[in-house]
Structures are given as C-alpha cells and as structure tokens.
Design a protein around this ligand. Structure first.
Ligand SMILES: [Zn+2]
Length: 263
C-alpha cells in the first residue's frame, strides 16, 4: 500500500460512494492518516467495519474522525470464522449461536465481568473437524451480562490479545501482517516449517524465526524471500534464524509478526 495506492483508493471511494467499507484495521488507519496529512476529503460511508488486526483507541479515533462515521470492530479467525461484532453501544457481542465462546483464567475457570481471559471456542457447525474448547490464542475482557443496545448475545468489553504488527516502509507504504501469515502459513500447512515469526528489525531488514519441520528446501526459502522482496522492496535484507521454539509474549500470545520500527 504505497502513497500512490492510497490516493487511488481514496479516489475510488469518492467516485463509488460505498454504503459500507470493510478493511484491515491497519489499512483503514493508514488511509485515514494519509488523507488527514494531505488534506484529502473521503466520502463518508454509512458503515465502516474494521477486521483482522487489533484496533487500538488511536486507530479508532483517527478512522472515525476522517470518515466522519462510527467504526464497528469485527472479530473473526481463520480457524472458526466469525466470532464477535461490535454493537452501536460499543460492546463486542459474541456470535454464540455459531461459535460458543468462553473466557477462562489461568486455572481454566470462567473470568468475571471486567477481567481478561483466554478465548476458548467450541465451533457448533463444523462437521468435518470438531473444535471443542479450542484455545484460539486470543485474549478478551468479559463485558456485562446485559447490553444497553438490547441485543441478548453475550458481550466482550474488548478483544485484547490479537497482536500482529503491520510493517511500515521507508516510503510511507505499509505491508499488513496478513501478507506474511498467508505467505508462510502455506509452508506451515505443508510441514516444511512448524512455526514462524517475522520480525521487521529496520525498514529494510527482516528476520524470519522458523522452527523447521521436514524438508525445508533452499528453493522454498528463495521463493519466500523473493515474494517478501516484491512487497517490501528489492533491497530488503532477509535473514533466517532457525530456532527450537518461538518465544511467546508475557500473556502467552504467539505473535506471527513483530515490527521494531514503529515502536
Ligand atoms: Zn450491545
């Protein structure tokens, strides 16, 4: 997503005048930051939905200010799809009819309202591969039993643990974390790599931590490197660090991407 791309997107939005805009939190944020910095007007849709990445307060403020509209956060996952969506009153309602979700503490006891717990999911409609009390690796804070919006679905105050960083490039462009998750996730699915973490150490310096499985070939590595270079830049330096395990965060979260550039 280069500055040129962002201008194209804004132009398209202004011509098309969509009712709904749905995007990665980080991408919506970068578009809005760019528009504000360059005094560009963007058409205000009826609904904006942010998904796939963690939305922090600064990102929400920026997006709502520039689009002049309330933003609705959405929580989903690759494994079990839709998990929760934000209501008008700002709580996340869990889609309990589709995925039954529990928030549990370190001893696997349910947390109380206002407390943070790990999200444990039981998928009710997957007849091919049952996922029962599956720890999805995210954290959330339990909300009140009743929401003022009238919706009876259980609530989360917020989803706290979906931490993936998008990468900021020198020219102002960004590469979403999802890019690396899809790219290396394919290698994971075929067993060459068991676990990975992509770290942006500097604008043009990327380190891939990998727990290697069976038969990771040079060809595979070169393929991954060449695809990263297309997204990040041809002069990007890519190093591999083969490790026994990927370190987790203090809250036990396993991060696919980390950027040390924007910290
Ligand atoms: Zn509500």
């Amino acid at each position: 997503m280069t500055p040129g791309d962002i201008e194209k997107y804004i132009h398209t939005i202004n011509i098309y005048k969509p009712d709904l805009i749905r995007g990665y939190a980080g991408s919506l944020y970068e578009i809005c930051r760019y528009a504000e910095k360059n005094n560009l007007d963007i058409y205000s849709p009826k609904v904006i939905v942010s998904a796939a990445e963690t939305l922090d307060d600064e990102m929400r403020d920026q997006i709502e200010r520039v689009f002049g509209q309330k933003l609705y956060d959405f929580y989903g996952s690759r494994e079990v799809s839709n998990l929760a969506g934000e209501c008008e009153d700002g709580l996340m309602h869990s889609f309990a009819f589709w995925n039954y979700q529990e928030l549990l503490d370190g001893h696997n006891h349910p947390v109380k309202q206002g407390e943070e717990g790990k999200v444990v999911v039981t998928n009710l409609f997957n007849y091919s591969m049952p996922l029962i009390r599956y720890e999805i690796g995210d954290m959330a804070v339990l909300g009140p039993e009743h929401c003022s919006c009238g919706n009876v679905l259980p609530t989360f105050e917020k989803i706290t643990g979906r931490i993936t960083d998008h990468f900021m490039l020198k020219n102002g462009a960004t590469v979403p974390a999802e890019f690396f998750i899809h790219l290396l996730g394919v290698v994971c699915n075929t067993g060459e790599i068991k676990q990975f973490q992509v770290i942006q150490e500097d604008y043009d310096k990327i380190k891939i931590l990998a727990v290697v499985g069976a038969g990771l070939t040079d060809e595979y590595r070169k393929d991954v490197e060449s695809k990263i270079k297309v997204a990040v830049g041809s002069d990007c330096e890519i190093t591999w660090d083969f490790v026994d395990s990927i370190p987790k965060t203090a809250t036990g979260k396993y991060l696919y991407t980390r950027s040390l550039v924007r910290k």
